[in-house]
Ligand binder design. Structure first.
Ligand code: SF4
Length: 465
């Protein structure tokens, strides 16, 4: 464990310390600030033996408070990383970087004139101890994000349907099983439609242009054909990109796909996660490979751009099984493939039954996916990390033939405003000139959302004033 005398640094130091996965070490940190000289002192304690470290650096007083804060965090995390890495003889793929978005960090440094784009990989390796492979991955993703436009009038719309047919064992999202909320789905859609109509007024008043729409969850395709039609009737913004997650193949029918097509949906996500049926059963998904293949054929027949999600590190899976899954995905050749690393979070059944996940070579799985997808014409275009991902790894979205998902890029890089609609959706207002972002979450649960929809709309109108 790590203890700091500065509360504002504690969380990030914890996150970094936890990535080393050690339980028999204590690190005590003290920050001393004297006349713009900052000293970080560390005591590294193991088996009653203690080592002391001290690092001092100058704080540039001309920096804004925000920049000072981020420099303090970076310095203390780098110093803790060096101490742990040397003593434990262990490096981490993402070095001292914690937090969700390594690509956003690099993009902001470039866009705000603090780093040249051709130096991205070099600086991530040198200043953050990121491995060569991951630093090159970030540099290549930035090159592939050509659609980014920083413009405060462009917005993306996200609509959340936090309902699923059943709950997957690794899931920690707020999403209800359909059987539990079946009689509330129609009133939930009524409330979502009410919020969408309020959003239409905001868009008109602010002269926003909707760049992309993403209906996610949960599993939006769990709605009946009639419910989907009713919802989509109201989502008439006609952007060039319109995605609906249809993650569970057992929820996809010809009728629903026709409805999506008729309402201008351009992209859907069918998420096998694995092509090993024994694993599918183990993780609580009823689907069979034949369901996935049939859903995929139906989507191709209607000319949707298709994404498929996969997870490295699922319980019981070894490298060989994961390789077969990636190879099968390549035979299907969807436009987008997203490779996640399993994240073991509190709130998932898998976390509660800890011990069932073991002996996986997740780094090799992720390397295999990256190398094999590249050999087959796929390029990485967005990346994010979650807490508690196995081996401190990441999630990466790949595309082929120019079919990037604008929404995924905008939401990860935070370059455009996102208007979030529905329970547990978050609106993010981006002010590109001021370099600031303001966030406003809706209430988390469907029942509260329905009960408090008028108050939610009022707050949203205030937020987008
Ligand atoms: S389909 Fe996705 S959101 Fe739904 S339970 Fe499974 S992992 Fe969670």
């Amino acid at each position: 464990m790590v203890e700091s005398n500065k509360e504002e640094l504690q969380l990030e130091l914890n996150d970094l310390f936890n990535l080393f996965e050690v339980s028999d070490i204590i690190v005590k940190h003290t920050e001393i600030d004297e006349k713009n000289k900052i000293t970080n002192e560390f005591r590294y304690i193991k088996d009653g033996q203690e080592k002391s470290y001290s690092f001092t650096y100058d704080m540039d007083n001309s920096l804004s408070d925000l920049r000072k804060k981020s420099l303090r965090k970076r310095m203390v995390k780098n110093q803790l990383y060096k101490i742990l890495s040397e003593n434990l003889n262990k490096t981490l793929p993402w070095g001292s970087l914690t937090g969700v978005r390594p690509t956003k960090l690099a993009r902001d440094l470039i866009d705000y004139g603090e780093m040249k784009d051709y130096l991205v990989a070099e600086i991530l390796e040198r200043d953050y101890y990121v491995s060569h492979k991951k630093a090159e991955l970030v540099a290549s993703i930035l090159r592939n994000q050509k659609c980014i436009i920083r413009n405060d009038n462009l917005v993306d719309l996200y609509i959340n349907i936090p309902i699923c047919p059943t709950r997957c064992v690794y899931c920690s999202f707020i999403s209800s099983e359909l059987s539990r909320v079946k009689d509330k789905v129609d009133i939930y859609i009524d409330a979502v439609i009410k919020e969408i109509n309020a959003v239409k007024n905001i868009i008109k008043r602010k002269a926003y242009v909707v760049r992309s729409i993403y209906i996610g969850g949960g599993t939006p395709s769990v709605l009946t054909a009639r419910q989907l039609d009713r919802l989509l009737n109201e989502v008439n913004f006609l952007p060039s990109e319109f995605t609906v997650e249809c993650g569970r193949a057992d929820t996809i029918t010809d009728e629903k796909l026709d409805i999506l097509k008729n309402h201008g949906v351009t992209r859907i996500s069918i998420n096998p996660q694995t092509f090993c049926e024994a694993t599918l059963k183990r993780i609580g998904r009823k689907q069979k490979n034949k369901d996935i293949l049939s859903a995929y054929q139906k989507a191709l027949a209607r000319d949707f751009v298709v994404n498929m999600d996969f997870i490295a590190g699922l319980p019981g899976e070894k490298l060989g099984i994961f390789k077969r899954t990636i190879n099968t995905a390549l035979e299907l050749y969807p436009n987008n493939i997203t490779v996640h690393t399993l994240s073991l979070k509190k709130g998932s059944t898998l976390f509660d039954n800890n011990g069932s996940v073991q002996d996986r070579d997740v780094e090799k799985m992720i390397d295999y996916a990256e190398d094999t997808l590249a050999k087959n014409g796929y390029k990485p275009y967005y990346l994010y990390r979650q807490k508690h991902q196995l081996s401190g790894l990441e999630n990466v979205g790949y595309f082929r033939d120019g079919d990037v998902c604008i929404f995924n890029i905008d939401s990860m890089e935070e370059t455009n405003t996102i208007i979030g609609v529905g329970a547990n959706a978050i609106s993010k207002r981006v002010y590109n000139i001021e370099h600031t972002i303001k966030r406003q979450p809706n209430v988390k649960f469907i029942e509260d959302y329905v009960d408090r929809i008028d108050e939610i709309i009022e707050k949203k109108e205030e937020f987008f004033k």
